[in-house]
Write a protein that binds this ligand. Structure first.
Ligand SMILES: [Fe+2]
Ligand SMILES: [Fe+2]
Length: 439
């Protein structure tokens, strides 16, 4: 039998202790280069974003962060640029929801700076109009940003659609820390697409925003989102869906949707009207997909189908997954509950996420290929490491497609066609699909 003497035991203990200490240090201290600039207890507002809910032709939520508790939080806005720093904005609205970002033990361990969230609502906007925005907390004003409100007439509409932006760093692949190079590169790609295609009005985000909704993940998400801005300050409003990585109170804190957010974390499903002929229904796969939500969905579809030329739906968990197990409950429940309604009312396009691959299904009706069926695109490529899809699945075979590639979809509609183009991280067109209206 092998026996260890006391000295050998001591050396082993010492080595083990040293290993634990070094590992802990590696675990708990984020790299120095990752520390954000100017985050030490400053009222200076950052992370300015625009959120669209039901009627973005007249309404928007403006959200931001401060790295100190602030008393006076105001969004200042106008339809002409006031970027001269004179604060001559004609309109203003106070933040109506403010609070401290919840910090968990892991947040403290990672060393993320404390943050405070602020949300203001601006109403009575004019459709298809530039809105110039600067936010102010305790006298500190941001640079001016601008966005364009949605139209309310029958002009062509162009949106970006994508999901799964929760990471994208080289190593470790699934840690929450920055730098998430691929996420940053997708944000730069979207900023360039916006600069090249000024008709793009919003980003429909199909969720899994961060690895969790905790502050150590959302903080870096918001930092990286600063890259999604054109050189002249244009930012892209978000239409927000919630995914399986977006559980937790942090999501409610930082993605406040006005009336649509409730304290119990239900909700996060609503219809966004974009122009007079397109409705985008955002659904929530993280609560019951049946019951109230599916009744609501059917009512919406019933009301919209005769009235609108184009109806789309976005939600996180796919009905037709390209990567994960087809028969798994989280997908079967979506497919069995919502797809029959999509079939019945002739949904024009389903925008899915979660799988971490690019896909476009064949048209599907009654769980089978059908010429007049519903096409499902996705499924999550805004920086998260891409997985290898199962291209042998019947719904992905030609004329469908699938690939392992970061991507964002440019979805556009007009009176003659719907077109969806998948754009890769390097700007290459990876898929180009179009079809005529149903009506
Ligand atoms: Fe997911
Ligand atoms: Fe995901």
């Amino acid at each position: 039998m092998f026996h260890l003497n006391v000295t050998t035991m001591r050396s082993l203990y010492l080595a083990a202790a040293l290993f634990v200490l070094t590992s802990c240090r590696t675990e708990s201290a984020p790299p120095k280069s990752a520390q954000p600039q100017g985050t030490s207890a400053s009222p200076s507002p950052r992370h300015v974003r625009v959120i669209w809910t039901e009627d973005p032709s007249a309404h928007a939520i403006i959200s931001w962060t401060t790295m100190a508790e602030t008393r006076q939080n105001i969004v200042r806005y106008d339809t002409v640029s006031r970027g001269d720093g004179q604060r001559a904005y004609a309109m203003s609205a106070p933040a109506v929801r403010n609070g401290t970002a919840t910090l968990r033990a892991e947040d403290l361990k990672e060393g993320v700076p404390a943050g405070w969230y602020h949300h203001a609502e601006i109403t009575g906007l004019r459709p298809a109009t530039k809105v110039y925005v600067a936010v102010e907390s305790d006298g500190e004003l941001t640079d001016e940003r601008w966005f364009i409100t949605a139209p309310n007439d029958d002009r062509p509409i162009t949106l970006l659609s994508g999901g799964d932006s929760r990471m994208g760093g080289p190593q470790p692949r699934y840690a929450g820390r920055t730098p998430h190079v691929d996420r940053q590169n997708m944000n730069k790609r979207m900023a360039q697409l916006l600069a090249e295609n000024p008709d793009i009005i919003a980003l429909a985000h199909g969720a899994d925003w961060g690895t969790t909704a905790d502050w150590r993940h959302l903080f870096w998400w918001f930092e990286d989102n600063e890259l999604l801005r054109t050189e002249d300050g244009r930012i892209l409003p978000f239409i927000v869906a919630r995914g399986n990585h977006d559980e937790g109170v942090g999501f409610n804190e930082h993605f406040w949707l006005g009336d649509i957010t409730d304290e119990l974390s239900y909700g996060y499903y609503f219809t966004t009207n974009l122009g007079s002929q397109l409705s985008l229904i955002t659904l929530n796969t993280e609560i019951s997909v049946a019951g109230d939500q599916s009744e609501w969905l059917e009512e919406q579809l019933q009301e919209l189908r005769p009235a609108k030329r184009w109806i789309m739906a976005q939600y996180h968990r796919p009905a037709y997954p390209a990567v994960k197990e087809f028969t798994a409950l989280e997908f079967a429940r979506v497919r069995e509950t919502w797809s029959p309604l999509f079939d019945k009312y002739g949904l024009d396009l389903a925008l899915e996420s979660d799988g971490h691959a690019l896909k476009r299904t064949v048209p599907i009706r009654n769980f089978k290929p059908a010429k007049d069926g519903v096409v499902y695109i996705g499924e999550g490529g805004l920086g998260v490491p891409q997985r290898v899809p199962d291209s042998a699945r019947w719904f992905l075979k030609s004329p469908g497609m699938t690939a392992s590639a970061h991507h964002v979809w440019i979805v556009s509609v007009d009176s003659a066609q719907l077109r969806a183009r998948a754009i890769g991280i390097d700007g290459v067109v990876l898929d180009d699909y179009s079809r005529a209206p149903r009506l």
